[in-house]
Ligand binder design. Structure first.
Ligand code: NAD
Length: 483
């Protein structure tokens, strides 16, 4: 018997309590050595005015146990409520979201019988950093943050996962044909790290064609690693095309803590009816057992679950006449699974977890940073202004550009409008003035600051500035379209 591991659990909202009860019964029957601390999260907590859906005492439990089995919650719309998941991931540093998406053909109806894909999604950065602005009457902005350490951690996690789970290939999904600097960094780090895992095949795909292929021929993929937003979207697609979103579990892994949950939501439309499929949370609990080093119990539950699916004991969401044998509710699903503990699937591939296998790779070592020579070479100054064109804007600002600076380009929504703008370009109330050093010389912060003061004095409504740097001579900024 393994040492007892303390785990924090939350029953959540909607179908949460039903599927959590079923999962806990199964864990108990399988001999999992777990002790639980229960916390309240979700709707009832939000209603008490706690905007992130979790009470301070709940955080203490999570910091104590460092392992969280979480049922889905209902996120109230609007009203300043924050997503509990985004809060937990950020606060506990859960940088990796792992979603295995597997078909159970011919026992669960799917168009993709051979599918067995694991999505490894970056969980902390990208547009989910939640840095957004309204800058003018007409313009809003969301900041997409991609860092080298953030990229390195998730990519290395994907390769370590592939190695530990005997996977043959890791595919990165990016959009670096457009976002050359941010997605380009992720791509470069992917290539660097892939070189350290020569036994694992690697490839990179542009997210649009990658997502199309994933929906069409998922069997060509094995492990996919990608940025937060792309991962959010493609992991739901991947789970859905296996046959049901009700089937998949997921883990959120950090250096210190880990959270395990079903990928589906609280399904309020079927809550209290006793018909919810508990499989997502059951399979999440299997991932949790592997994480805490209880591989034997994980294997027993997973194999009994596979046997249930083969035996056609199905909940309503996957029930199909001609394939399924019995339609059961949540409680009977658990009872039938418990009856099968110790059995293995006959047709489907049995689950096998190596005892002592590391599922978390805690404390991924970052590579030593090679500091590049950073030089300040200019500044983009964003102006709120309605009407006119690039020429008129240039005429106003040119007399103010002094101290070795020159106005290099004006753009509107990224499209060059001066010099030589096209009269057809549609302009909105958000202009970017790019100022560089004469002859591309290095410039000083003071020269830029003085220009900003002169522009403010002249009545320009400056909504944002961004310094332009080169790193070892390479520009750390994109060119305007048409520049
Ligand atoms: P949902 O996943 O709850 O439901 C989508 C559809 O799938 C519904 O028809 C539902 O009945 C069905 N379904 C989902 N899980 C099922 C299961 N286990 N068995 C059988 N059928 C199942 O998505 P939604 O309706 O968009 O969201 C409902 C609520 O859940 C929202 O408040 C949302 O914010 C929240 N949500 C929470 C989480 C989470 O806590 N991790 C994740 C997603 C959505």
């Amino acid at each position: 018997m393994s040492d007892v591991t303390k785990v924090t659990i939350a029953r959540g909202d909607g179908i949460g309590p039903e599927i959590m009860d079923a999962t806990l019964e199964i864990l108990e029957a399988a001999g999992a050595a777990l002790e639980y601390e229960e916390i309240q999260i979700g709707e009832s907590v939000y209603r008490r005015g706690i905007l992130n859906g979790m009470e301070p005492a709940a955080w203490d439990s999570l910091r104590r146990t460092r392992v969280f089995l979480k049922a889905p919650i209902t996120t109230p719309q609007g009203g300043g409520y924050k997503s509990l998941n985004v809060t937990i991931r950020g606060a506990l540093g859960l940088y990796a979201n792992i979603r295995p998406c597997v078909s159970y053909h011919p026992f669960v109806n799917t168009k993709h019988p051979q599918m067995d894909v694991v999505i490894v999604r970056e969980n902390e950065e990208d547009l989910y950093a939640g840095i957004e602005y309204r800058q003018t009457q007409d313009v809003t902005q969301a900041v997409k943050l991609i860092s080298r350490p953030g990229s390195e951690k998730i990519i290395r996690y994907a390769f370590e996962y592939a190695r530990a789970n005997h996977r043959r290939k890791v595919t990165a999904f990016v959009k670096d044909n457009i976002m050359k600097i941010s997605d380009g960094l992720f791509h470069r780090v992917f290539d660097e790290i892939a070189a350290e895992y020569p036994e694992i095949e690697h490839e990179t795909m542009i997210i649009d064609i990658g997502a199309a292929r994933l929906a069409d021929t998922p069997e060509q993929f094995d492990v996919i690693v990608t940025l937060n937003l792309y991962g959010d979207i493609i992991s739901d697609i991947a789970a859905q095309i296996t046959g049901s979103v009700g089937l998949a579990g997921s883990s959120n892994i950090g250096d210190q803590c880990a959270m395990f949950e079903a990928i589906h939501g609280s399904a309020p439309n079927i809550a209290g009816k006793g018909i919810a499929n508990p499989s997502g949370l059951i399979l999440a609990s299997v991932m949790m057992l592997v994480h805490v080093g209880q591989a034997e119990a994980a294997e027993r539950i997973h194999n009994a679950w596979l046997r249930m699916i083969e035996d056609g004991i199905h909940t309503v969401d996957i029930f199909k006449r001609g394939i399924s044998k019995a339609r059961v509710g949540t409680r009977d699903f658990a009872a039938n699974l418990i009856d099968r503990l110790g059995e293995r699937p006959v047709t489907l591939t049995p689950a096998s977890y190596e005892v002592g296998a590391k599922a978390t790779f805690a404390g991924i070592q970052l590579k030593t940073r090679n500091d590049a020579k950073k030089r300040l070479v200019g500044c983009d100054i964003f102006i709120d202004h309605t009407g006119g064109d690039g020429g008129a804007m240039a005429a106003r600002v040119l007399p103010l550009v002094q101290d070795g600076l020159k106005l290099s380009v004006i753009s509107n929504r990224g499209q060059k409008v001066w010099p030589d703008g096209a009269p057809e370009t549609f302009c909105i109330d958000h202009w970017r003035l790019r100022v560089m050093g004469e002859g591309n010389a290095e410039v000083s912060q003071n020269a830029i600051a003085a220009l900003i003061v002169r522009m403010a004095d002249a009545g320009f409504d400056i909504v944002q500035t961004a310094r332009l740097y080169t790193f070892d001579g390479a520009p750390g900024f994109s060119l305007a379209q048409g520049q």
